[in-house]
Design a protein around this ligand. Sequence first.
Ligand code: ZN
Length: 449
Amino acid sequence: MGFKWTIPSGAPSRARVLQLACCAVLAWAWLQHEPVREPAPLVLTPVGAGTAETSALSKADEFASTLDGSAGAQQAALGGSMALGLSTIEVIVRRNDTLDRIFRRLKLDLADLASLRNLPGLKNGLDRLRPGEVLQLSHRDGTLFGFERKLSPSETLQVVRDDTGFRSSVLENPLEVRERTVRGVIESSLFEAVAKAGAHDQTALALAEIFGWDIDFVLEVQPGDSFAVTYEEFSQDGEYVKDGPVIAALFVNQGREYRAVRYVDPSGKAHYYTPEGRSMYRAFLRTPVEFTRISSRFNPNRRHPILNTLRAHKGVDYAAPIGTPVRAAGDGRVIFAGRKGGYGNVLEIAHSRGVVTVYAHLSRFAKGIHKGQKVTQGSVVAYVGQTGLATGPHLHYEYRVNGVHKNPQTVELPSAEPINPAWREDFEARAALALATLDPPPGPALVSR
Ligand SMILES: [Zn+2]
């Protein structure tokens, strides 16, 4: 397990950064890579091929060539250089949805949809979408590279793009997904308890990420804390493959109960919310850098170490080696990236709700960072340095609300966006179903009453 749980005390946000990084890597791997499908002996049926005249022998040959060709194409599309910038979206079909609507909603090329429909024998496989079914689409800048749809429990239609255009095949016996609910009580660590309950590290990491804003998994989780989690488990031919996303979860920390539910919005994005529809995440990271120690706290009456004058310290200094990555505390837009007196190289990011975050004494900016650039929470925007008036390498970090400096260590961080009102009804229906899976099964105590 490459994940470190033993993080020095006093650095919960460092744990947070680690969690985010780990989860991002897992999520990326999950979205980009489909290793589980390749090694398994799959039978591929070319859709539309194999007419009545085809003999058994030539049909078998066709199977073999499709297997090679399709696997190669899939590898090229998903594993090779073409995979750069490829995004995979899972779409849950709504009532009255059509592929045409879905393509328009996701801003995918409609010419690609026409090409799909023109593939021999494919029309039936594309029509009559069932509400609630899941489609998987891979694209780059709106150009379709892959399409997957489960035709039946045992067959999946797969279309991939190669040099000559789209190729389709039907995968038989694909990955099986089932929802599992496990529950446990922490004795020593979350990982151990999750493993004991029958789930795996991915699920432990997911729990730490989902509840990581409310609960400090390094300092606050203690023996007796408990959890219940419903997640997807993937298997093939009855063999376990991996834990999929968490659907709903409950965590009781020191007697306080937290619940979270996953919601995939109509654009295919998944977020975690409280049962009431508030985001489980905060709009800002508590600290934007992995630091060794706080070298100077927020202090309105501080004597400046170099100027030796009374000068308020309107931020927090995090000591860190030169070159340590500095992350955007929240989604926003760069409003200044350059040199400014005692600040040295400084970056200023404007966020919603009138918040501006400031990162000073930087050695340099990350690639592509300039005024006007949009940044996302957790992305690397610069590197720690010692430019301007600085006694040693550190990040000076400020958090301003409508121009007023707040203490970054204690300021109340706003939640990320709540559920979109347009999706509220749908969210409530789905969330209720998902959260109900966490209820304990009726036990013998109920029966005997
Ligand atoms: Zn400072």
